[in-house]
Write a protein that binds this ligand. Sequence first.
Ligand code: NAX
Length: 327
Amino acid sequence: SKAPIRVAVTGAAGQIGYALLFRIASGQMFGPDQPVALNLIEIEPGMNALKGVVMELEDCAFPLLTDVVQTSDLNVGFKDVNWALLVGSVPRKKGMERAELLGINGKIFVGQGKAINDNAAKDVRVLVVGNPCNTNCLIAMQNAPDVPNDRFFAMTRLDENRAKSQLAQKAGVPVSAVSNLCVWGNHSPTMFADFTNAKINGKPATEVITDKAWLEETFLPVVGKRGAAIIEARGASSAASAANAVVDTVVSLTTPTAPGDFHSVCVCSKGEYGAPEGIITSLPIKSDGTKWEVVKGLHLNDFAKEKIAVSINELTSEKETAMAALA
Ligand code: NAX
């Protein structure tokens, strides 16, 4: 039988953790015949809640789940892991400056990057979910010099999925009819959900939804503010849909992408589409099941270019602020 894939999850006792762990353990992330082991990482105050979550994992009697580690020690937590899903981070509190938030989280991701560098399996891949996820990912990457840069990812798949769902509803088609939806830039309200390259039943989305004003003035803000709308309605931030996007991201990186299609993942830029080299920015990605690459040759009109530039500028400034806070 296959050796288990060992997956670290930080913030494992949090909301997203609660929706994510059961999907990994049930086989939805790596497939129905792939055993998995979980290394669950929490800070000290979360350890008791984590114990309860582990009891529930046991009570699911998942046939694929070989073992579960619970720890607040990063060296133990990242030991031999093939995937590190970095979900935990410190949320912005009322009155907290952005620089302060970037500094606090920056320190967390310095430590996690180092521990991944020193303990993880040789093939480790890292997906950062905890916000500000692009900059947190950059910091982890910089502190894991032995891990190649192309193993670091941050999550914009929830934004992609939200955008697809909105387009499908507007066009009156099932969501599976929407493809080629790239979210560009930072995972923040500045991200650009690119309807200009999206397709609906294989046709340009802009030929199916001809209401340009709706696309520019309703669709984009609805997608950008979806997280806030969910907090307003649910009294808590999106968790199940975020966990689902984590599963989707890993599946998209580890299985072949449908021919002609792509997905949104934040990766370390090599200057594609004019993004500055070395920032973690969301780009159109395809995979052959093992290796991923940035899809080249998409046309960006002036509207798209302008939107993407705003988000890239924000990333550059986040990077500078975080570097200054950590110096
Ligand atoms: P919760 O506050 O429910 O859970 C976070 C958990 O992380 C807590 O249990 C906490 O104890 C733990 N934690 C904090 N610092 C830690 C550390 N240094 N090491 C290990 N664990 C630590 O938040 P939740 O709703 O689960 O969201 C988690 C993160 O995902 C937040 O930063 C949130 O902003 C971010 N999100 C990112 C999304 C994306 O698309 N990239 C979408 C969903 C979500 O908003």
